[in-house]
Design a protein around this ligand. Structure first.
Ligand code: DAH
Length: 346
């Protein structure tokens, strides 16, 4: 019996060690230590031995069982570790693999300039207004004091749109039409800026595009004077081009303002000395003036009570000067080598 116990112990230990899976191990456990195993048969037959032998064989059976139990536990733990290792291995993240850097887009220089301009004006209390890009003759011209036979029309080289039932539609030649729509929609006071796209029948060259952008401004209230126009534009010039900038005004004609002026700002690059960017020290920036009484009346405003100023500025021009871009067409040809030099809105 002692020999049989030795045999069973050795057989059991090697069976447990050979188990590759926990199912194997369960089967081996039943086989070696189960109720029908040779080992259990030996234990059951202990009762038939005389006391002296029962003690020796019983002791040996207990020792063998402890050894088998230890081998079983050790193997079970080893198998669990292996399973865990396999899981970790399957789940592992290869940190040495370089990641894919997403390409981050950037704002278009025109968007950056437009956003900055709008920010300056909204900080002064102006609201943003919008109007349609397809306009009618009245809003784009007549209400702005440009009657059908006015020479200012010829200069605009307009693009007309033919829509049955809607004669005289055109792509707006200037954002000034938004002045009219805004005043028609509300009584004074009005303080708005209207950024937007405008169209002219123009062949593109280094300084012209048939589609470009403007920011229009309009302030109407009781007691608005030319001094308000000057002060506002000076604040904007400084905010856009630096605190040291000065502005200068010269007379100019626009049918919808009286008096009208052209506004220049001292060059941000040479500070008014004269350089490659500005030529003579000044950058002509925009058109402006006091809103013509006829325009106010066209919108139903009382020109005896309300006065106002208006201005219009080209966004492309500011972007070209500011970033020293040599050709306006570079703003629209979509070359990423230009675009990726810009980041975001300040
Ligand atoms: N609409 C003019 C243009 O496109 C610019 C302009 C000039 C707008 C004077 C104004 C203004 O509001 O007062 O050339």
């Amino acid at each position: 019996m002692l020999r049989a116990l030795d045999t069973e112990r050795d057989r059991g230990v090697s069976a447990f060690e050979a188990a590759e899976t926990s199912d194997d191990l369960d089967a081996a456990q039943v086989d070696v230590l189960g109720r029908k195993s040779p080992f259990s048969a030996i234990q059951k037959s202990l009762g038939s031995l005389d006391p002296e032998d029962r003690k020796r064989v019983g002791q040996a059976a207990n020792d063998a069982r402890s050894e088998l139990q230890a081998a079983l536990t050790a193997r079970r733990e080893a198998l669990e570790r292996l399973a865990e290792d396999a899981l970790l291995h399957a789940d592992r993240l290869d940190m040495s693999l370089p990641g894919r850097v997403p390409r981050v887009g950037s704002f278009h220089p025109l968007s950056i300039v437009e956003h900055e301009l709008v920010e300056v004006f909204t900080s002064l209390g102006f609201k943003v207004a919008e109007g349609p890009e397809v306009e009618d003759d009245w809003h784009n011209f007549q209400a702005l004091n440009i009657p059908p036979d006015h020479p200012a029309r010829t200069m605009k080289d307009s693009l007309y749109v033919s829509v049955p039932g809607h004669p005289e539609l055109l792509l707006r030649t200037e954002t000034s039409a938004v002045q009219i729509r805004t005043m028609q929609a509300q009584p004074p006071p009005v303080f708005v800026v209207a950024p937007g796209r405008v169209y002219r029948r123009e062949t593109s060259d280094p300084t012209h595009l048939p589609v470009f952008h403007q920011v229009e401004g309009l302030a109407v209230d009781e007691g608005i004077t030319f001094a308000d126009l000057k002060g506002t534009l000076e604040v904007v010039a400084k905010a856009m081009f630096g605190e040291r900038r000065r502005i200068r005004l010269g007379p100019a004609f626009f049918p919808f303002v009286e008096p009208g002026c052209e506004v220049g700002v001292s060059c941000f690059r040479c500070d008014g000395v004269g350089c490659r960017v500005c030529g003579n020290g000044w950058i002509e920036l925009l058109g402006a003036g006091m809103v013509h009484p006829a325009v106010l009346e066209n919108c139903g405003y009382d020109s005896e009570r309300s006065t106002g100023f208006a201005f219009g500025l080209g966004i492309e021009r500011v972007a070209l000067l500011r970033y020293e871009i040599p050709d306006i067409r570079m703003l629209v040809d979509g070359d990423v080598r230009l675009l990726e030099q810009f980041e975001g809105v300040a």
